[in-house]
Each structure stands twice: as C-alpha cells, then as structure tokens.
Design a protein around this ligand. Sequence first.
Ligand SMILES: Nc1ncnc2c1ncn2[C@@H]1O[C@H](COP(=O)(O)OP(=O)(O)O)[C@@H](O)[C@H]1O
Ligand SMILES: [Mg+2]
Length: 256
Amino acid sequence: MTSANQEPAKVVFNGISKSFGRKGESLRVLEDINLEVQDGEFICLLGPSGCGKSTLLNIVAGFEESDAGSVTIDGEIVAGPNPQRVFVFQEYGIFPWASVWDNVALGLRHLSEQERAKIVEATISMVGLSGFEAAYPMELSGGMKQRVEVARALAVSPDVIYMDEPFGALDSLTRLGMRAEIVRIWQQEKKTILFVTHDVDESIQLADRIVVLTERPGRIADIVEVGLEHPRDLGSGEYGAIKNRLYDLLGVAHTI
Ligand SMILES: Nc1ncnc2c1ncn2[C@@H]1O[C@H](COP(=O)(O)OP(=O)(O)O)[C@@H](O)[C@H]1O
Ligand SMILES: [Mg+2]
C-alpha cells in the first residue's frame, strides 16, 4: 500500500503490543500490530472472542495505553480520547431518560440552538428515525435504539468512527438491515470506520479490507481485500471464496 501518489495514511498502528497484569502473571493480549488505514476506508478487525479486538480499538481510541508502539491519526500520536473521533456502542449506549432528539443533541451543546436543531434533524433523518424525535428509548425496538446510537455518533461530524460489535445485541434480521444502513451512511459521509466483529459474514458485507487477528495474543494473520461493489451479493462465488479464505485464516472448518 505504498504507491507514490497515495495520500498519507489516516490511521497508523506502529507495533502495538499489550499485556494485562494478573496476580503477578502477565496476560499477553496483542503482539506487534502494524496497520495503515486510508482516509475514508472501512476496516473490519475480525478475530475470535478474547483475541484482543476490543483492547486494540480502545488503544486506537485513546481509552487504553499500549505497552509498546503507538497509534497516529493524521500524523499525531494518540494520547487520549478526541471528541472528533467517536465510539458507537451497543444499544445500551444511549440515555434511557432522554428523548431521541435529546440523545442525538447531547454532543452539540456548544452550538447555537438553531445550528443544533438543523444537525439533529438531518442526522435523525439520515438514520431513518424521522417522526420519532420525541420518543424515549423504552418505546423503541432494539434496531431503532441502535439507530439512535449511530445518529448520536454521526451528529458530532466525526472523522473516524470506532464500532465494537455494535449490532451484537440485535436479532439476525435487524442486524442485516443495520449493516445495509451503515454501508449507505458510510458511502454518503465518507468517514473512516474501524469496526470490530467476530462475525465472518458481517466483515465481508461491510469492509474494504478485513484485518484477521489470530487467537490471543492477537497478531495480524493476514489482511484480506474484499474488492466487491456494494450492494454485495451474499450468494456469489467471490463472496464464498473470501469466506473460505477467512475461515482458513481463523483455523475454522468450512463445513459442519
Ligand atoms: N482491563 C483488563 N484487565 C485484565 N484483562 C483484560 C482487560 N481487558 C481485557 N482483558 C483480557 O484481554 C483479553 C482480550 O480481551 P478483549 O480485547 O476484550 O478481546 P475481544 O474483544 O477480542 O473479545 C481477554 O482475555 C480479556 O479477559
Ligand atoms: Mg470485544
């Protein structure tokens, strides 16, 4: 990924390693992670449960410190969280005591009322929740709550979005719908997205490139370029070939 006319990478992971101490013992979680993410790229970090995906995302987002190595974004070392870069959590990230409108408006208190209203309205419309502005989370389905969570993140106009298994709490049909939504929004907004998942299909449906991590300690097993246009045909031969490749990398049998 180093051609002469290429833009400098947006996010660079330089030799990230991390261990957690436990009663005198040390648990090695991440080992020498090196990766360059281009501006506007959709990257999935795929790996088995417990391999260090969330730890890695927390390090990139500045919530957690690495033991070795560093992350740079736009050439600057990440030393802590930055309000221009947001985390999308599972549906419990939103405030139950606030309406849809207020949940989305929370990060915009520094703006004038008029500017805030414009952004909140546009973002709620973008995630397909127009008409539900006054509703409270308890009145919404899981998928709708997750749309509020996505709107809350988008409203602050972030340049990088971190998503840690954001659709994990949704039923499988809602999850499929949310994947299509997030691809549509990503195509429209051109944000850089780092998306953690342990779901092989999810990674192929979403990513430009899939970074496959090994079991703990997480190392990069390989980076798989998806190279399929959206919307992606889940029944195509290319899709199946990528899926088999990912299963091989993860050391999982293709057939059951
Ligand atoms: N704060 C912590 N203290 C001690 N161990 C941790 C901590 N956070 C994560 N771990 C351990 O690190 C390993 C990787 O965790 P995590 O990054 O959450 O994996 P994943 O998201 O891939 O499932 C797990 O074994 C987990 O128990
Ligand atoms: Mg995790």
